[in-house]
Design a protein around this ligand. Structure first.
Ligand SMILES: [Zn+2]
Length: 244
């Protein structure tokens, strides 16, 4: 059976390992979310490109429709032009001329509209090209980030395996009942089971310890638990106090 002081010394070593172990496990736990975040970024970039490509297609379709409409109307004008010579009376002739003039006016409005659409198509096409370039860049960055995260994952897994082994080795020096106690606390308290005192306070929860507790710590007859946060306490100056 180890003395309390020796038990505490062993637990201190375990606590150092556990602090690293819990930090590494937390980092490992966070990696899938980091990966998902990076992938979401890429998806949103892709859907933006889809959106503006859709806009471009709509504009191109409108351009075609309007150009078709213009061609049809121009053909109509040509047809009426051809019929002018067949008309018998001046009245009919001038009526037809008026109709042709009005149709031509409509057509030049349509031409203006088409020019406007062409400008819009050009601008949209430019934007699509730019976005494609950007997406290519983002894809590169994303695959690089994912590879980094994969690497981090492996490194952490290796580190965790090693820490677990280290923990096991030191844990073998600790009596079984203390192991159980410590393990229960470290699990509930997310990696911090053993804390020093800071003056008359618990360094973890900061509560002021009763004189009775301080006294028990000094006596070193058994392990002392913080009444507030339930962690195992040890006196801060335990190691350095001169044994004269
Ligand atoms: Zn406490």
């Amino acid at each position: 059976m180890l003395k309390v002081r020796e038990t505490i010394e062993a637990l201190k070593k375990i606590q150092v390992v556990d602090s690293e172990l819990y930090a590494a496990q937390q980092q490992l736990f966070d990696i899938p979310e980091k990966k998902a975040e990076v992938k979401r970024q890429l998806e949103s970039e892709k859907s933006h490109l889809n959106e503006i490509e859709g806009e471009l297609r709509k504009l191109q379709l409108r351009q075609k429709e309007k150009e078709g409409e213009l061609a049809q109307k121009e053909a109509n004008v040509k047809k009426l032009d051809g019929q002018l010579g067949l008309l018998k009376t001046n009245k009919e002739y001038s009526a037809m001329q008026q109709e042709i003039a009005s149709l031509k006016a409509d057509n030049s409005l349509l031409e203006e509209e088409i020019i406007k659409i062409l400008d819009e198509v050009e601008a949209a096409d430019e934007e699509v090209k730019k976005e494609k370039g950007r997406l290519g860049q983002v894809e590169k960055e994303v695959s690089q980030k994912l590879a980094e995260l994969d690497q981090q994952e492996k490194t952490l897994q290796t580190a965790i395996e090693k820490l677990k082994k280290d923990r096991q080795t030191v844990m073998e020096q600790v009596p079984l009942d203390v192991r159980d106690l410590y393990n229960r606390i470290v699990e509930v308290k997310q990696g911090l089971a053993l804390v020093k005192t800071e003056g008359e306070n618990c360094a973890a929860c900061q509560i002021k310890l009763r004189p009775q507790i301080i006294n028990e710590l000094q006596l070193e007859e058994h392990l002392v638990i913080c009444e507030n946060c339930s962690r195992i306490l040890y006196l801060e100056n335990e190691e350095v106090s001169p044994q004269t």
